[in-house]
Design a protein around this ligand. Structure first.
Ligand code: IPE
Length: 266
């Protein structure tokens, strides 16, 4: 049993899938990340991954985020959840075959949202898993929603929620850019990388950050930042790193000189 504060690792869907394709998994990236996670060997780790080209296109096709409006969407709801379990299975494959005691925890079975915000989170099993030294793995998923009938819950909201609930030591966000830029680095060639930001600085630049270019029902980088702010306000530091590049996630996990963007309260 361990009393160490947990670390939350959110792996973006753009890292483990090709967001421009459909159902396009990057299993080689999943395997490399599993190797880095195993090498980091940190106590009390919670992994959350995104949907990328699995969850987003299906959710968009059926308008799942906007809620239940007609019966025909129901199969879209189940299909969106299903493709997320398929992606999660591939992530679990990589983790378990790298000897990580990882266990998949399905958000749609333990979370209820209200207008897209987490209202209820049954975490008994999650707490037991952590205490016993397992690595719970969650993901952006479909949820039943008290107002909308159903909706889409992002992995970022899950990560931020759990970080606050379990008083995390830090949140590591793996994305497909080198960190947080003053404009979209995939569009603007002279985009400038922020290496370190305080909460106040982050709030100031928030308005300038654009939405993700690829199909993204949960808001891209702007949505990510909005989710992270409440955790940073509680003093939980955040490191945003390029998880498509070797060793950056490893370094951020063990707290070595982070190559990316570090955001702290002060
Ligand atoms: C989205 O999760 C999940 C679904 C669309 C069902 P995220 O919002 O966390 O995914 P990424 O990281 O942006 O791809």
């Amino acid at each position: 049993m361990t009393e160490a504060k947990p670390t939350i690792l959110k792996i973006g869907g753009s890292v483990i899938t090709d967001k421009n394709g459909e159902l396009a998994a990057r299993t080689e990236v999943m395997n490399r990340l599993a190797e880095e996670i195993q090498k980091a060997n940190i106590k009390n780790l919670i992994i959350v991954h995104g949907g990328g080209s699995f969850g987003h296109p299906t959710a968009q096709k059926y308008g799942i985020k906007e809620g239940l409006k007609e019966d025909a969407q129901k199969v879209g709801f189940t299909e969106t959840h299903h493709v997320m379990t398929v992606l999660n299975g591939l992530v679990m494959d990589a983790l378990v075959w790298h000897n990580i005691p990882a266990l998949s925890v399905t958000p749609s079975c333990c979370v209820v949202t209200e207008n897209g915000r987490i209202r209820f989170f049954e975490d008994t099993i999650l707490k037991m898993l952590l205490k016993m030294g397992f690595v719970p793995v969650l993901y952006g998923d479909t949820t039943l929603d008290e107002k909308l009938g159903f909706t889409v819950l992002s992995g970022d909201q899950i990560g931020s929620h759990l970080a606050r609930k379990f008083n995390a030591a830090k949140i590591v966000i793996g994305v497909d850019t080198d960190g947080l830029y003053d404009s979209d680095p995939k569009v603007a060639k002279n985009a400038k990388l922020y290496k370190h930001l305080t909460l106040e600085e982050l709030k100031k630049i928030k308005g300038r950050l654009g939405k993700s270019t690829a199909a993204d029902v949960t808001g891209g980088m702007l949505g990510k930042i909005a989710e992270l702010i409440p955790a940073i306000e509680e003093g939980i530091p955040v490191a945003i790193v390029n998880a498509t590049k070797p060793n950056r996630t490893y370094k951020a996990l063990i707290g070595d000189m982070v190559e990316g963007t570090v955001i702290e309260k002060e």
